[in-house]
Design a protein around this ligand. Structure first.
Ligand code: AQP
Length: 338
């Protein structure tokens, strides 16, 4: 069995403000993994353009959002000296490997992807081919670095299974052990943060209601307002986690509190169980502001010097390409390209 270097890759789309779901589901783990792994984090701008131009906003917005997401990474604790931080479109091997993987992945595999069905909605015929192909590009993002671990939120589980299927098929087709079988890292108490307005929907950048999510750039007043208005049910908070079953909104608020304070759901219920939601909501608003305000302040300071942020991306892309180029060259050699 080939021993692969422990390497982490993950990314987020520059399609709007990052929110608490992106932060707790993925970024908190990204920061921790810098301690234990070689880490690469990218702003996945090629993924952003898979949606309608009205969603990603066109050239000026793409540029601005890419720098904002990169600034958010740094502000949340990604150290550009320790991690390789870059934007995907600067390293052309992502797109090159994606083409090869298009010829490895099977239509039947892609037809099962639930995120495409959700994002394409009823107007499926009008969705871009890129949106359909999104998981194949994601597999290329990961495997072009031979990444062994990918920290993501729970919603990305199916895409990571596809990435493993592509690696296995490539290795089998060419009788090699070239691509690693990547492990998803889905950890923490908030792997799926739900909308504050509807506990059955995940918190998402594209939800039309801004009240549904806490953005990393929200002011303290906005955060407090959104948490105060968060949907709950008529019962108070239970003393035990069992009592949260079937109560999606209550479970979500308790889970967010647990994740932000780095304690268990049981610990939160020890403190707030038996009481009304208002006590938990007040404490949660204070906690969210305490955690997010320093990130927001740092983002504002970083974005005052966009040249610095862009320089980080340019430097990161050069370092990423040093890893990607030989893996691309070897892939072509294995396949017989002259
Ligand atoms: N609600 C969530 N809870 C936990 N993790 C989440 N992630 C996203 N939403 C939640 C994780 O954040 C990472 C980056 O996601 P992305 O920006 O690439 O795209 P997404 O998953 O499509 O995020 P959104 O907010 O839902 O964007 P839109 O609305 O544009 O589709 C991933 O690791 C994801 O798991």
């Amino acid at each position: 069995m080939t021993a692969f270097k422990q390497r982490v890759l993950s990314g987020m789309q520059p399609t709007g403000n990052l929110h608490l779901g992106n932060y707790l589901g993925a970024m908190v783990n990204w920061v921790k993994m810098q301690e234990t792994h070689e880490t690469l984090y990218c702003v996945v701008d090629l993924h952003a353009i898979t949606q309608a131009t009205s969603v990603w906003g066109g050239p000026a917005t793409l540029r601005k959002s890419t720098l904002e997401v990169a600034a958010a990474y740094i502000a949340a604790g990604i150290d550009p000296n320790r991690s390789i931080l870059f934007n995907q479109s600067r390293v052309h091997q992502h797109a090159e490997l994606a083409w090869i993987f298009n010829c490895v992945a099977r239509l039947g595999w892609l037809n099962r992807m639930t995120q495409f069905k959700e994002k394409a909605g009823k107007d499926r015929e009008n969705a871009s081919v890129g949106l359909y192909d999104y998981p194949v590009l994601m597999a290329a993002d990961i495997l072009i670095y031979h990444a062994t671990h990918v920290p993501v939120g729970d919603d990305q589980k199916q895409h990571l299974e596809l990435c493993r299927d592509i690696a296995i098929k490539f290795n089998n087709d060419f009788s090699v052990e070239f691509f690693p079988i990547t492990e998803p890292v889905i950890m923490g108490t908030a792997t799926r943060v739900m909308s504050l307005r509807d506990g059955t929907k995940k918190m998402s950048k594209s939800d039309p209601s801004d009240l549904s999510r806490i953005n990393l750039t929200d002011s303290a007043d906005d955060i407090a307002k959104k948490i105060r208005k968060a949907k709950t049910d008529a019962d108070g908070l239970p003393a035990e986690a069992e009592g949260l079953k079937g109560r999606a909104e209550a479970e979500n608020l308790v889970g967010i509190y647990a994740a932000l304070s780095d304690v268990t759901v049981a610990d939160v219920l020890k403190q707030f169980g038996g009481g009304q939601f208002s006590a938990l909501k007040n404490a949660l608003a204070d906690l969210a502001v305490a955690k997010l305000a320093p990130i927001n302040d740092k983002m504002v300071r970083l974005l005052a010097d966009p040249g610095y942020v862009e320089g980080v991306l340019v430097d990161g892309a050069a370092r990423a390409a040093v890893i990607a180029e030989p893996i691309m060259a070897e892939t072509k050699k294995i396949m017989g390209f002259v």
